[in-house]
Write a protein that binds this ligand. Sequence first.
Ligand code: DHB
Ligand code: FE
Length: 288
Amino acid sequence: MAKITASVYTSHIPAVGAAIDLGKTGEPYWQPVFKGYEFSKQWIRDNAPDVVILVYNDHATAFSLDMIPTFAIGMSESFQPADEGWGPRPVPVVQGHPELAAHIAQSVIQQDFDLTIVNTMDVDHGLTVPLSLMFGQPPADDFRWPCKVIPFAVNVVQYPVPSGQRCFNLGQAIRRAVESFDEDLNVQVWGTGGMSHQLQGPRAGLINREFDNAFLDQLIADPASTAAIPHINYVREAGSEGIELVMWMVARGAMADVAGGQAPRVAHRFYHVPASNTAVGHLIMENS
Ligand code: DHB
Ligand code: FE
């Protein structure tokens, strides 16, 4: 059967993608950011997934304001990197896993979550930057991501957005779906976005280290109470774009302890300010 072996949590800052693409990762401003992912690149080589369920938000790239699904699952064989105004990032096309995606859709919808089935979509920095941070840039003579990826989009851009509790419950439903898929697959669930940042209005530039670090502590030790954080607290404490953190609750809900298993092992924890307008947060948790 398929198994969820680990969850990964990371910010998805677009300027990080640009720093990689323009060869600036060794510059003094960026060096401390990428240093925090050196462990992660080795870890993912040692713990190579077959499939990543990558929970992210689309930034009005694939979904315009014409149509905004709360939760959407990518069913395609492949997903093109999107053109976000500077041309598509020079990263590989993302290879999907239509069979597992179809099984998750079937199972999760029957568990009363309304997923939008997406058969064609491009993927923006919300999805490609986490892949770049974890896998680095694939070599030119083998230009592909090392695993399949199921894009799982959550609306945190246009109100109303789903609660942390609903995202946490969704993670539990995804776990049940994956663990009833009849193929031996090593599956990871990634929660992306965050941490504190606000890109608009009088509080633009807001960063809250205290909230971010308390959130990391609580997410590790007591996910059920973290799920109860109301939407307004994210906005007040972590800024208008800090609401992206609800997507971390999907990945945390998919871990074994939430279903009565053992507490996860925290393999890695990293926090750094600043990167662009955002605080960078990153965790790796392993199921035992
Ligand atoms: C920035 C951060 C984001 O999460 C995003 O989607 C766009 C921009 C920023 O730091 O500027
Ligand atoms: Fe974002």
